[in-house]
Design a protein around this ligand. Structure first.
Ligand code: CS2
Length: 494
């Protein structure tokens, strides 16, 4: 009987034939991409596309150097160090089987808290053409309501005081770009891979706002030498659980300390604006387009908001995973009506995109019983997500006198979610940078529903919209006395 192998470069030759492992020469890979935030999503998406380019087209000059900025990143840093940057992507097919693919495109890794200078030098290196980011929706440090960069953030205060030993992504980029300017090293692309409308524009706004205060002499250089393409990114990538590692070990005989699980679907639609060139990702399925806005709108307002809807409703009901909630016929109907009646009218002209097919495929993806996407993953950091995923639909529908009941109900469900207890009496933790504010406002909302809408950083002016406030209050009151399922049934049949 064959025994399992520990995943690393030396053992690559011994992996079973049912595992797809890199056949390209990893020693010949050179780094031209620095990626900040090597989470599961980066590993199932950009690193995957790049691996495919290396494997199928022999393009070896687009290796990735991963950067971990947070203490939390120490774990992935140590694991990738042990495994020579290799990890397994377990693509869960629709019939429940796995494809196991070892990804080899991450060839270097720097843990920033231990070596800040190495990070700055790396980004400043002439070979680096792209700095890509997955720093989460909240990571751009812009106040959602005012649009202003938050200089009161303690990490930013520290970076302003000690620019040479930065902690924030903006502190690092500023120092590295300064070096590029001083050394006459060419331009570079900063490529956001986060779920944000106009993610490139947002990255530019955040960085230039910071630079205006921290290093104003750099501003015009950035204007001329740095591009920030917008992009829509998509692949559902749940949290890895122990059972996934077990399957990998039992069925594929690989011992990987942190594999990544994902769905087969993948999409990346990018504006072709790369200051220093880019890998030919289109060869492996990425789409380069003039205008990414319709794709972003569609994905954020349907998929991500759909996720939040299922997450909030599902959490209150006591479901654990998105597929459970999506397979509940009442929630499914509610989701479909939300998509058709409230989101679709806001999407405008989508050109060639077949929207009905897209919406249908989303339901199938959410209902995939093999992707056990935890509701807790979806609900975390909702204060950064809801304003991006849901509120644009709500605002546009309000402007156009459109239907808002379901969107307002999701906001009400989010308010109730912050009580921290589901309908079976089970408690859960509110994981959110604004958790204190949310919990306090949710508690006040038992007497005064509007208290929740007064969280300005989330809702901005919405609290002054009479129709929204009324609909929210009605749906919250309904939710306080009925189960979420009963409310959903009522709305479905109204
Ligand atoms: C999710 C996303 O975090 C969330 O709330 O909606 O992570 C989602 O799974 C991805 O954007 C899919 O591409």
């Amino acid at each position: 009987m064959k025994t399992s192998v520990i995943l690393n470069q030396e053992n690559l030759g011994s992996v079973l034939s049912n595992v797809k492992a890199p056949t390209y020469d990893r020693d010949k890979v050179t780094t031209s991409i620095v990626h900040i935030g090597v989470g599961n999503f980066h590993r199932s998406h950009e690193a995957y596309y790049t691996n495919e380019l290396m494997e199928h087209f022999g393009v070896l000059d687009c290796g990735i150097c991963g950067i971990g900025l947070l203490d939390y990143d120490r774990k992935i840093y140590n694991i990738l160090k042990d495994q020579d940057g290799l990890y397994t992507l377990m693509i869960k097919e629709l019939d429940g089987t796995y494809t196991a693919k070892v990804i080899g495109s991450i060839v270097e890794f720097i843990f920033a808290p231990e070596n800040p200078f190495a990070v700055i030098e790396k980004i400043a290196h002439p070979d680096i053409k792209i700095v890509s980011l997955t720093i989460t929706e909240g990571g751009y440090n812009l106040n959602e309501a005012t649009g202003k960069f938050d200089f009161s953030n303690p990490v930013i205060i520290e970076d302003m005081k000690n620019p040479m030993s930065p902690k924030s992504v903006f502190g690092y980029l500023t120092q590295a770009l300064k070096l590029r300017m001083e050394r006459g090293v060419g331009g570079i692309t900063i490529q956001s891979c986060d779920n944000i409308q106009g993610n490139g524009d947002v990255a530019k706004k955040a960085l230039t706002n910071y630079v205006k205060e921290a290093a104003p002499e750099l501003l015009s250089w950035i204007e001329e030498n740095v591009s920030f393409p917008n992009a829509m990114v998509d692949r559902i990538t749940p949290v890895t659980v122990a059972a996934d590692k077990e399957i990998l070990k039992e069925e594929f005989l690989i011992e990987d300390q942190w594999p990544v699980v994902c769905e087969p679907f993948i999409q990346w639609v990018i504006e072709d604006d790369f200051k220093a060139g880019r890998p030919a990702w289109e060869k492996v399925g990425a789409q380069f387009v003039e205008n990414v806005v319709p794709f972003e709108n569609m994905k954020l307002r349907l998929l991500n908001a759909g996720h939040s809807l299922l997450g909030m409703l599902g959490a209150l009901h006591g479901y654990n995973t998105i597929d459970e909630a999506a397979n509940d016929p009442d929630f499914e109907q509610f989701l479909k009506d939300f998509m058709d009646v409230e989101v679709t009218p806001t999407l405008g002209d989508l050109g060639d995109i077949n929207l009905d097919k897209y919406k249908k495929s989303l339901i199938d993806r959410f209902q995939n019983i093999y992707i056990k996407d935890l509701i807790s993953r979806i609900c975390l950091e909702s204060s950064a997500k809801i304003p991006i995923f849901l509120l644009p639909t709500l605002k546009q529908q309000l402007r156009n006198d459109g239907e808002i009941t379901r969107a307002a109900f999701v906001v009400a469900a989010w308010c109730k979610y912050n009580d921290g207890v589901d309908e079976n009496g089970n408690t859960y933790e509110i994981k959110d940078a604004m958790s204190d504010t949310l919990i306090r406002a949710a508690a006040l909302s038992h007497k005064d529903p509007i208290a929740f809408l007064k969280i300005e950083a989330v809702f901005g002016e919405l609290v002054n919209n009479k129709r929204f406030v009324e609909t929210f209050t009605n749906t919250l009151n309904m939710l306080r006395i009925n189960s979420v399922k009963l409310c959903v049934q009522k709305i479905n049949s109204s």
